[in-house]
Design a protein around this ligand. Sequence first.
Ligand code: NDP
Length: 294
Amino acid sequence: MSAQIIDGKAIAATIRGEISEDVAKMKEQYGQVPGLATVLVGSRADSATYVRMKKRACAEVGIKSFSNELPEDVSQEELIAVVQRLNADPEVDGILVQLPLPDHLDEEAVLAEIDLAKDVDGFHPLNIGRLSMKFRDPLFTPCTPRGCIELLDRMEIPIEGKRAVVLGRSNIVGLPVAMMLLHRNATLTICHSRTKDLPAVVREADILIAAVGRAQMVKGDWLKPGVAIIDVGINAIDDPTRKRGYRLVGDVDFEEAKEVAGYITPVPGGVGPMTIAMLLRNTTDGKMRSLGME
Ligand code: NDP
């Protein structure tokens, strides 16, 4: 058996097309487009690259973006003042504070300042709180977890009543994706570094979300035949055949797993492209909500 490959790149392109149409409609009906404000603190190269990618993606679908670059030593008060100014700006529908913040800043306090209706990253404590309660709907859900669920939905993989196993319990991926699966009525197991006999737990999964950050950890003989695998992990491993000397792999051993699984995301080209697409979706959804559009 060979698994069906879940093409995140193609699905993300479809979603970006849908967003472009929504933005065009909004422009025509209301003369407005969504706006995303990015807040970048300090000079981390990876954070600067992510922010640049997000702004480029905004431009491609017609979303306006507003840059806010602050020095590494910005104070908590100054950063919060920027967030508050963006909260009050009617052209800004989404506020993205690029994480991680430098150590002297209180990340949770900064995220809590973001207007709930502009929390397009979905990390406001109230949005996360609602996600963690039965029958409460957050205004926004975090982008990578939302991307995982969207991949399952677009492939028409049922979630309700299925055994879902999530590997990893981070605030960014593992925990929110687990809560989203629970909201969709999966029967859920969350695993972490202290879980005993991981292969036996994984073998129960109809849906497996791997968000651990361990290269090719999940092997083919850990899997139930037909399982749907969403591999969030991005890990660099040495590869002397490549010019740059390494290649990216997921948390799942793709070559082994594709012989057993029913569906699997590749790395790269699976979850990765979905994260930014979901940020654009959240920003556009926020604007549509504020305009009263369906
Ligand atoms: P974290 O390091 O924050 O969390 C890793 C989780 O995996 C922890 O809960 C940890 O357990 C658990 N874990 C670590 N080792 C093991 C093990 N041997 N067995 C079982 N569980 C283990 O990572 P993130 O959640 O931020 O990211 C996970 C992966 O996803 C990374 O590779 C990252 O690069 C990738 N990623 C990809 C994104 C995308 O857009 N595609 C976006 C975000 C992340 P414990 O809690 O006990 O420490």
